[in-house]
Every structure is written in structure tokens, then in C-alpha cells.
Design a protein around this ligand. Sequence first.
Ligand code: F6R
Length: 259
Amino acid sequence: MQKAVEAALVEAMLRVKPRAVFGFATGSTPIALYRRLAERHRAGKVSFRDAASFNLDEYLGITPDNPQSYRAYMQREFFDQVDIDPANTHLPECPPGEDPQRIGPRYETMIRDAGGIDLQVLGIGHNGHIGFNEPSSSLVSRTRVKTLTPRTLEANSRLFEDGEYQPRLAITMGIATIMEARRILLLATGDAKATAVAGLVEGPVTAMCPASALQLHERVTVLLDEAAAAQLRYREYYDLANRENRALKDRFGDFYAAD
Ligand code: F6R
């Protein structure tokens, strides 16, 4: 059910703005969304022909042809499955030999030149990270090199074979970069995310839970399964508000109509 809702939000954006600029995430969470969008594309229901994309992050120290790179993930899971123009897909990649510190400012300029991000898709780390903005990241950070925490390395080690090189550094959009997206869709599933989700929605705004910065964004949609929602104290109120919002949309139009 959830993946249909997620995909509908992406499709609604494309209906309003075929040249939409998306911010995409990698990891396990958005795979269902990408598969659903690929299915809808094959069925002729959605086209990314005129869209562009900027991914949140990329590992430092592996090349795009490495199957562990986020470029390879995006090609495999999404870009190769839909009709997006490869020239319009971007990740904060650092070619071998280049100074990684120069990539961030360049990426920020590219996002700005593309008109900014219309819809940013986010997952959330167990520790509350968004992108690779680990706890203690500046809430006004920009795209830059980040050192991954031992907890993130451990969480992601499931994707690496024994003895395979696992990068410890990444280039990630900053929190301020993410906050400039016009709309944000955050997805989380499973009980391992419940504490981070509670920090995001109900905790204090703090660099120790980078996702909590989203409380200061005007248009964030948080889509959760039951397990990820389990620690929300105001859960009943959210369900009530959802029902009311749905009734309003049924009467007055959808998600993007107010733009
Ligand atoms: C991925 C990213 C990360 C992930 C987060 C959750 O591009 O930026 O913030 O969204 O680590 O990962 P999964 O979905 O694998 O639990």
C-alpha cells in the first residue's frame, strides 16, 4: 500500500511539473518506491523524460563502476528502468585525483542552476541521519565530505562482502541543502527506525538528531509503516489530522495544487 502512496506523490509532482527536479536517496528504504515507479513507467503511466535528479550522497574512494557506488545503485534500481535522460542525473561524485573538497560547492551551484529541488526523497538512519549528515552535523551545513560514524558503517556493512572495501567517507548534501528543497518526502520502515523517527517528529531540534531539522521545513510528508511509527506519542492525533487533510484534498485538490 505504502509504495503506491509514495509513487503517487512523485507522479503528482510530474503531472504539475514535467521538468521537476528530484532529490533521490539510496539505501534499502526507497527501493520499493523505485520499483513501483519503474512498473508505472513500463505501463506508460509516468515519464521522467524531462525531469532531472540530484542524489543526496556518494561514497568517496570508489569509482562509479563499482557496484557498491551509489551511482551504480541508482542506475540499477532506477535510472536504467525509466526514461530519465542520463545527462540530467547527478550525484556528488569525486573523480579519482580530484580534490573532494571542491565537489560540494560545485554541486550546490549545479542544484541552484537547475532551479532547486522540487521534491526531495529521504530515508533516515538509525541515528537520525539524513543523507550522510551524521549526529553533530551543523544544521546549516552544505554539500561536503563527511566521515561516517561507526554505527552507520556497521548498519551498511550488511551490503558489503567480507573483505570488500567499505568506504568510510562520503560526500553528502548538507542539512541546509536538503532544507532548500521545496517539498520533502521522508520514508521509514521497521522498528529499528522507531527511535530516530520519534526524534525527527517529536524530539527537540538538535544536531544530535539531524532529521529533527525537518521540523523547521514547511512541507514535509513522513510516510511510515506501523513499526517505524511505534514510538510516536501523538500517533492518534496524526491519524486524525491525516483523515481531515484527506477530506480537504478530496474536496479541493491534491498535494501540489497550492503551489
Ligand atoms: C542514502 C542516505 C541515507 C539513508 C539512510 C537509511 O542515500 O542518504 O541517509 O537514507 O541511511 O538507509 P536504509 O534505507 O538502507 O535504512
